[in-house]
Design a protein around this ligand. Structure first.
Ligand code: HEM
Length: 234
């Protein structure tokens, strides 16, 4: 069973902890990282093929997918794969993304966040309020992209909808794609900006220093959890 505080079960934690670096803390299991990078790959492909279909100036991108017709065929299936892959990730991460009182306080201190004055911020759990908001924007955008995408999927579904509905769905689809692309740019920028975060999603582990600096409440939970689950010597 997944631990609601740590986001993974104790067996996963022990099985995937880095044996070379026993001083590190496991943040993502191999399964979670594979899941995340699958979503990321689908996102890049969906964005490139979608942009190729969006405007004639970007049609050159269709060459990456074997030309116009192939781009049109592949784009909805890539989008669908992204939604399914994200669903698995989101179900595991949902409990960690609930907004708490300390998250609203964190947002009120956004000036200190962007100016790197982390000492003035309330203690952060596994995710900070910015990460949680990104999570919700992704959930909303993917839901809207899926629903509007079905309406404008000419090959299978469009014939069931009136033309006015298809037009509205096409605008909504483009708008949500724009918001999602901007959000993911912010997501990637933050991942690079907070030194040591990318390693969490590549190797799976973080240093205690990183956890203490950026996610102190989570660090305290991990430590107390580890202390409680250690076998007693008496
Ligand atoms: C394409 C390049 C991407 C990079 C370099 C990247 C990087 C990262 C990193 C380093 C983390 C760990 C942050 C932490 O644990 O504090 C993370 C987490 C996460 N990523 Fe990505 N990511 C990418 C794409 C995506 C995409 C396309 C999505 C969804 C559509 C996504 C959704 C998430 C979510 C929900 C989390 C957990 C919460 C968070 O940190 O915001 N990522 N990503």
């Amino acid at each position: 069973m997944t631990d609601p505080v740590l986001g993974m079960n104790e067996a996963d934690r022990r099985a995937t902890a880095d044996p070379e670096r026993p001083d590190t803390i496991l943040r993502y299991t191999a399964g979670e990282r594979t899941n995340h990078w699958l979503v990321a790959m689908c996102f890049v492909l969906a964005a490139l093929s979608g942009l190729a279909l969006f405007h004639p100036a970007l049609f050159g991108l269709s060459g990456l997918f074997g030309g116009g017709p192939w781009t049109r065929i592949l784009h909805p299936f890539i989008g669908l794969a992204m939604v399914v892959a994200f669903l698995f990730f989101a179900v595991k991460e949902a409990a960690q993304n609930r907004m708490e009182a300390r998250d609203w306080a964190w947002l009120r201190h956004i000036g200190d966040v962007v100016n790197n004055r982390e000492d003035r911020l309330p203690e952060v759990g596994r995710y900070n309020a910015g990460q949680k908001l990104v999570f919700y924007v992704i959930v909303l955008c993917l839901t809207a992209l899926l629903l509007s995408g079905i309406v404008i999927w000419r090959a299978y579904f469009s014939l069931y909808f009136p033309i006015s509905g298809i037009r509205v769905a096409a605008v909504l689809h483009a708008f949500c794609a724009f918001v999602l692309i901007c959000t993911i740019i912010v997501h990637i920028y933050s991942a690079i900006w907070v030194k040591g975060s990318v390693r969490a999603m590549t190797r799976g582990t973080v240093t205690p220093g990183w956890a203490w600096k950026h996610h102190r409440a989570w660090f305290r939970e991990v430590i107390s959890h580890a202390a409680n689950s250690r076998p007693r010597s008496d």
